[in-house]
Design a protein around this ligand. Sequence first.
Ligand SMILES: *[C@@H]1O[C@H](CO)[C@@H](O)[C@H](O)[C@H]1NC(C)=O
Ligand SMILES: *[C@@H]1O[C@H](CO)[C@@H](O)[C@H](O)[C@H]1NC(C)=O
Ligand SMILES: *[C@@H]1O[C@H](CO)[C@@H](O)[C@H](O)[C@H]1NC(C)=O
Ligand SMILES: *[C@@H]1O[C@H](CO)[C@@H](O)[C@H](O)[C@H]1NC(C)=O
Ligand SMILES: *[C@@H]1O[C@H](CO)[C@@H](O)[C@H](O)[C@H]1NC(C)=O
Length: 469
Amino acid sequence: MFIWNLNLKDLPEFLTHLTLNSNTGVMYSALVMCLFLLLCFAMNRETSCKVYLIDFACYKPPNSQKCSKELVMKQARQHGNYTEEVLQFMKNFMERGGIGDSAYLAETFFKPSYKPLMKDARREVEMAIFGSLDKLLGKTGVRTDNIGILIVNCCIYNSVPSLTSMIVNQYKFRENVITYNLVGMGCTAGLLATGLAKQLLQVHNNSYALIVSTESITENCYVGRDRSKIIINCLFRVGGAAILLSNRPSDHNNSKYELLHAIHDNTSSSDRFYNCIRREEDSAGIIGVTINRDLLAAAIATIKPNLIAVGHLILPIREKLSYLINYIIRKLLPSLNIQQYIPNYNNAVDHFLPHVGGKPVLDDLQRTLRLSDDVMEASRMTLYRYGNTSSSSIWYELAYVEAKGRVKEGNKVWQLAFGSGFKCSSVIWRAMKTVDHDEYNPWTDEITGFPVNVNCGPVPVDFAPSKLN
Ligand SMILES: *[C@@H]1O[C@H](CO)[C@@H](O)[C@H](O)[C@H]1NC(C)=O
Ligand SMILES: *[C@@H]1O[C@H](CO)[C@@H](O)[C@H](O)[C@H]1NC(C)=O
Ligand SMILES: *[C@@H]1O[C@H](CO)[C@@H](O)[C@H](O)[C@H]1NC(C)=O
Ligand SMILES: *[C@@H]1O[C@H](CO)[C@@H](O)[C@H](O)[C@H]1NC(C)=O
Ligand SMILES: *[C@@H]1O[C@H](CO)[C@@H](O)[C@H](O)[C@H]1NC(C)=O
């Protein structure tokens, strides 16, 4: 149900490319069908070694950093040199932006004036990284000197020495640990890191790979007067997640998920889409992240090929076959007026977890893909409770469905992230066991209070004009 509307528009196109000219007869169609089936079988065949997700942990900041909408506005008045008009826009956005009163801001925003220091930004990122990593190590009992691969992704914040060195230093990893520090790669970076870990695990036997996804917002509050840059202040909140992967055959029985697919797309070569989210100075020289009108077009153009690729991989062969037979019959015998067959994506995944982005993006995604409110629940609740925590959001979403007791053995989970670049990544997991109560889950104490109603009408947006019009 999720994506049939997009896929169906494109599948015929895809198949027409294959068949070139459908009037050349039954033989030709049969041949194409055989080739297509072979292709499907080939695509479903796993030749690489198995990658398991042993467990993951999300950071839960201290209660003292919870920030209600009122408090955000109060602090904004004190901190920024904002005009009344900008403050009013911010207030309207906050009221309907889908974020509740408990999302976390960095400590620096609670001070009387906004003068972020490097050490504050570093402290924020250390709290998120050590906070999630301590939980993960406590939960899994894995010793850090057994970890062979470490990947950290953090988009806007960067430090020297790098965040990977910071972790190696703090936890005394072994000297030959392979480290990658991904910066500037936006909200998709966490899934790109998963894809990178998967590739590294194909060549490093018997290894653990640790991924840490986070961001530091301390230095990134925009204090100027450009409304399109204010949106980030309204959405972006503190968060972080640590994920432990393994290719050790002995972890088969103590892992939560098995990695099935990692699919990455980008439209960075398009000037229009490349420029739609951009960190830059405003006309007064104040740095902020501009989001322009091309965002929604970029999202659709980049997500679409990703969804189609995922559809080919996860739809059961029965569904692909039914579609194909229906297609051929309709082409050969148009006079019969047979209805187009709609593949059933409901049977293909059990949990769909799109990146929280912001309310306008979620609304648009839901409308375009005709998703039901149930399907959107984990994303909307994560936005409500934790805000947009960039690349770690999808892990809070997975923790949400786990805390709800919805993840059963054999379930398929689809994490979808998209962001600046423009990039889109999907990762599909299979649950290897039914997930039980977990005291480390950040939702555990409060899960009975969810879902809450967040439907409060459209949110005002003020995107910058497109760079190219
Ligand atoms: C606030 O902004 C105005 C106009 O951009 C500028 O003239 C003024 O100096 C700023 N004040 C402070 C305290 O930054
Ligand atoms: C990794 O394991 C495979 C199969 O178990 C083996 O053939 C290969 O030699 C191993 N590679 C290394 C570097 O140990
Ligand atoms: C996993 O558990 C199954 C059934 O309990 C057992 O047959 C299998 O040997 C175990 N595999 C490993 C790698 O421990
Ligand atoms: C973007 O897509 C191209 C073509 O698919 C690929 O070669 C490249 O590695 C991708 N880059 C990123 C950063 O995802
Ligand atoms: C979510 O936060 C990230 C963090 O920088 C930002 O790049 C992205 O634009 C935000 N999403 C939206 C829709 O504002």
